[in-house]
Design a protein around this ligand. Structure first.
Ligand SMILES: Nc1ncnc2c1ncn2[C@@H]1O[C@H](COP(=O)(O)OP(=O)(O)O)[C@@H](O)[C@H]1O
Ligand SMILES: [Mg+2]
Length: 242
């Protein structure tokens, strides 16, 4: 199973948000590191076809995802960087609603919603309104949503954004557990999020791939101590909190 990006390009006016980006994602967790503005969300938007590309190809197991259409969408799970929740809905009904949109049968939808909520320790809050959920609880519901329908490609755009360190560790371990059999793309500008659980890491800057490899390979390549050193080596001059 592989997801191959070839020469992807996306322009916003004069701004080249993605500049001939090529990479092949395989099964496992790929951490995508880059400062704000590096093009991470643009890449996710092109893969999910929420935004049209100017150039390049995206192939899932050798087939063009645009041609696959619904067949690709049905194997895709997506947790967008910013997403509103329906505050009046319960976590359970929110998941049922999205499961229906994904085309799941009602029985399967109910079983999956309950199972996913239990896996992220939200069974007790399943029937409470989302409006009263903490940031960490909301992120966990969004993660469940991305995993409905047993997707093969899971795209998580800054899944830990806005979480406190404890919640961050928690959601990280859920992702690690839940997304074992999939191709997982996980963007972040927080190195510690993916340190120790990413199988592969790619570093992006100004819409381009600047380095990729297994965490230990990257660390060895620059004779660094950890991924933080790798980040500083390749992306250090970028403003990390821009
Ligand atoms: N809808 C848009 N209109 C104009 N410029 C955009 C739009 N979306 C992204 N950009 C620009 O493209 C670049 C990459 O943005 P983005 O993909 O959101 O980066 P990241 O997710 O890594 O922070 C940035 O310079 C950003 O300002
Ligand atoms: Mg982004």
């Amino acid at each position: 199973m592989e997801l191959k990006l070839e020469g992807l390009e996306k322009r916003y006016g004069k701004k080249l948000a993605l500049d001939g980006f090529s990479y092949t994602f395989k099964q496992g967790i790929c951490g995508i590191l880059g400062a704000n503005g590096a093009g991470k969300t643009t890449m996710m938007n092109l893969i999910t076809d929420n935004v049209s590309r100017d150039r390049g190809q995206i192939l899932f197991d050798g087939k063009d995802v645009l041609k696959l259409g619904n067949a690709f969408r049905s194997v895709l799970g997506y947790m967008p960087q910013q997403q509103g929740l329906y505050d009046e809905m319960s976590a359970y009904s929110f998941l049922l609603y999205l499961a229906k949109l994904k085309g799941l049968q009602s029985r399967a939808a109910k079983a999956q919603a309950a199972r996913l909520l239990s896996l992220v320790n939200l069974s007790d809050a399943a029937h409470k309104k989302l409006g009263g959920f903490s940031g960490g609880m909301r992120q966990r519901v969004l993660l469940c949503q991305a995993l409905l329908g047993a997707p093969k490609v899971v795209i998580l755009d800054e899944p830990t954004a806005g979480l406190d360190p404890k919640e961050r560790v928690r959601i990280r371990s859920y992702i690690h557990e839940l997304a074992k059999e999939c191709i997982v793309l996980w963007t972040t500008h927080i190195v510690s999020d993916i340190e120790s659980i990413a199988d592969d890491v790619i570093l992006m800057k100004q819409g381009m791939l600047v380095a990729h490899g297994k965490p230990h390979e990257l660390i060895d390549r620059i004779s660094g101590r950890d991924l933080e050193d790798v980040y500083m080596h390749f992306l250090g001059e970028d403003d990390r909190d821009a």
